[in-house]
Design a protein around this ligand. Structure first.
Ligand SMILES: [Zn+2]
Length: 187
């Protein structure tokens, strides 16, 4: 398969950047010193660099379904370790979003055997289901972000290396495009 759309879009990207700054890629190849380590959902509508208009080199990003911090997840642990220890990031952001399909599937149930283990991680970050309360999907998305912030603060890598590294939690509202900070709570 020849993907002409990706190729074409990339060529336009290169041309646009070079027109603004001919030495851009010479600078880029020298290395990265990102300020942020960001954990985001994989959802195609919430791309962190796009919604924050962050230029290349500013955010080290890890993505998975429903932006989970899972201690046994070696991919996440390696990203977190590398970001803090070697890239020296001082800000960690957990970013969830409204209308999260991963949160919905964990809450409402899903039949795919391939997804059950991961959905179990998400499910354990959500409240117990009771008859009295039926939180909305967007409330659950907020609860999910706060749970991941909590898990991040307790993560062995953060416990070991996280001194002076600030952790915050955000919700991206895909209905409006707004990025709302929900941790630490503003008063
Ligand atoms: Zn999602």
């Amino acid at each position: 398969m020849k993907n002409t759309e990706l190729k074409k879009r990339n060529e336009e990207f290169v041309q646009k950047i070079k027109a603004e700054d001919p030495s851009y890629f010479d600078e880029l190849k020298k290395g990265q010193t990102p300020e942020y380590f960001l954990l985001s959902c994989s959802d195609s509508r919430v791309s962190p660099s796009v919604i924050t208009q962050m230029p290349l080199g500013h955010m080290f990003v890890h993505r998975n379904i429903a932006n989970q911090v899972v201690e046994e997840d070696e991919s996440f642990s390696a990203s977190l370790f590398y970001a803090i220890k070697h890239l020296n990031v001082k800000k960690i952001v957990v970013k969830g979003h409204t209308g999260c399909g991963g949160v919905k599937a964990a809450w409402e149930g899903n039949e795919d055997p391939e997804l059950q283990k991961w959905l179990g991680h998400i499910r354990r970050s959500l409240p117990e289901k009771t008859r009295e309360t039926e939180p909305s999907l967007n409330e659950l998305a907020r609860i999910n972000v706060l749970s991941q912030v909590e898990k991040l603060l307790k993560h062995p890598v953060y416990q070991q290396l996280g001194e002076g590294v600030e952790v915050s939690g955000f919700i991206f509202h895909m209905e409006t495009g707004e990025l709302e900070q929900i941790y630490p709570f503003a008063d």
